[in-house]
Ligand binder design. Structure first.
Ligand SMILES: O=c1ccn([C@@H]2O[C@H](COP(=O)(O)O)[C@@H](O)[C@H]2O)c(=O)[nH]1
Length: 276
């Protein structure tokens, strides 16, 4: 997908919400466990309930790999459903891959070609030749982990390396890679106070921002420091939407949570003049 199409969808839906599809058989409503493919049945219901409030879906691959071949099949069916019914919606494989060049190329083919995701999350630790194979793919996006939402982010990412924090070095060095227009970054909502400094380094890039809802990050703070004239944000919520209820009313409860976030986003989009 081209960035212009993502931006025009944000304008149309008045939303920059990404719904995380972290589907856990221990948490979904019990009656769905009778289905042939409960993971797909749950994902389909969540997509049907939330698609008008969000611009992106982010299956976290761990939740599918955990169930082996069956989980992978559910992921394939989810992607087929999205590509056939909502091709305008941006898809993110939250896979956090990255390896030596020829291996990265195979990961890129798996997620961009076989599964037809628009983007994938990548760990930057192995450097340029582990990231650039993903950047070779036209209209596909590589989302580099910059400053993650978890507590462990302080173990390495904020440590001073040379003159500044490691995450800043990641951002600066990544700007020297080829096809940087295909780069986005992960910045945790729980680290919103860092966003102003991050924006100085990458003023135009899109950020995937996990950590609102269950992890306690604030949407308003993320917008205060991170929003750009073209929005530049995809704010994710997974558990807060998926498991708003585990009863028969789970679709309605998920839709309500997604709508609440969309309405807050609309306020922010109006505040910056992106929407009139
Ligand atoms: O820094 C990061 C990077 C990725 N994630 C992932 O996002 C979702 C968050 O789920 P919630 O239920 O909304 O907390 C999940 O898939 C994480 O693995 C992140 O949280 N932080």
């Amino acid at each position: 997908m081209k960035i212009e199409n993502l931006i025009s969808q944000i304008r149309q839906k008045k939303s920059f919400l990404c719904v995380g599809l972290d589907t856990d058989l221990d948490k979904i409503p019990k009656h769905l466990l009778q289905e042939d493919d409960p993971i797909f049945a749950f994902n389909k219901a969540i997509i049907d309930a939330t698609h008008s409030f969000c611009v992106a879906y982010k299956p976290n691959i761990a939740f599918y790999e955990a169930y082996g071949l069956k989980g992978w099949k559910s992921l394939e069916r989810t992607m087929e459903y999205l590509n056939q019914n909502h091709p305008e919606i941006f898809t993110i494989a939250d896979a956090k891959r990255g390896d030596i060049g020829n291996t990265s190329t195979r990961y890129a083919k798996a997620f961009f070609e076989t599964l037809n995701f628009d983007s994938i999350t990548i760990a930057p630790y192995m450097g340029k030749d582990s990231v650039e194979p993903f950047l070779d793919f036209e209209d596909k996006h590589t989302i580099l982990l910059a400053l993650t939402s978890n507590q462990g982010a302080f173990d390495f990412q904020t440590k001073i390396v040379g003159e500044e924090e490691l995450f800043k070095e990641v951002l600066k060095v990544s700007k020297t890679y080829q096809n940087t227009d295909r780069l986005m970054y992960v910045v945790g909502a729980t680290k919103a106070s860092y966003l102003a400094e991050i924006r100085k380094i990458v003023p135009q890039s899109f950020f995937l921002v996990p950590g609102v809802g269950a992890q306690g990050g604030s949407l308003e703070e993320v917008c205060q420091y991170g929003i750009t004239e073209n929005v530049g944000l995809l704010v994710n919520s997974s558990r807060g939407i998926l498991y708003a209820s585990n009863g028969e009313d789970y679709m309605q409860a998920a839709a309500e949570q997604a709508k609440k976030l969309q309405e807050k986003m609309e306020v922010e989009l109006k505040r910056i003049g992106f929407l009139s």
